[in-house]
Design a binder for this molecule. Sequence first.
Ligand code: XMP
Length: 313
Amino acid sequence: MDQFDPAKFIEEKVDWLRREIAGNAITALSGGVDSSVTTVLGFKAIGDRLKAVFLEDGFMRIGESKRIVEIFSKLGLKVEVYDVQNEFIAALEGIRDAEEKRKVFRETFYRVFSRIAKSLKAEIVLQGTIAADVVETKGGVKTQHNVLEQIGINPLERYGFKVLEPLKELYKNQVRELAKVLKLPDEVVYRRPFPGPGLSIRIVGEVTREKLDIIKRATLIVDEELTDIKCFQAFPVLLEGKATGLSKNGSRKYGYMVALRVVESEDAMIAKYVKLDWGRLEKVRDRIIDEIPEVARVLYDITDKPPATIEFE
Ligand code: XMP
């Protein structure tokens, strides 16, 4: 394979987008490196005929929309935030099965985008799909929320817009190279991947508002405590079921179980668990137990991929 040349790739894709987009387009921006690079390529190609749309879908991390708006405004680019969390949470509430959650998330996601595209008179949606998303869906491991073609859906017929995916053949490390060349800030270039369906798939089993609130608080703690750890991803997962523990006053409590997942990986296809320092683990454990009284246990996942996957769902 030819050596990957980020500058040449950018030039070619910007040209391609310019040729493909005659009118307006929107970009589905989550703030991760893939969608951020896609968004910048889109702006380079068609300027303000592109609208960057961030969906506050209820499964994003605390403070995320504000952060993304700030990062992009420093680059001179405007991001529109659409608060659609009630619609998403209502759609997912009560669903237990992981693939069913992805399916419902996907349908809600495209339905919302269809509405937004219509209102902005856009016929094209740019997405930051990368090779791993496509490969995993084709392999039948997990149906990523952003892959339509592989599951036989024609977005134009079903949702009224065409999807363009300029990064479809790339892997994560190549996308990071593009992000560097495009002068995105380091916090975007080296951002750890976050799944499209967000925290909905970090609650094992049924999604409820209570569980969502717990996983959001736990995620904030893990992000604060483990930002400097060299790893591909570091996140908590809210497990199904409860366990016995003791509350601060010594009485019995029956609380949730949180698993921590910290992995090293190049491209998410294979991953190794990270041998975190015990002191670090204890700090995270203490904060979760102290600050989230609904939680009774914190566990550490030492499974690699394979045999496990990175996410629990
Ligand atoms: P797994 O769990 O399959 O994850 O080992 C591989 C990588 O993909 C992310 N992931 C997803 N990303 N939609 C996404 O956009 C999804 O449904 C999804 N499921 C997993 C995961 O965080 C990891 O980086």
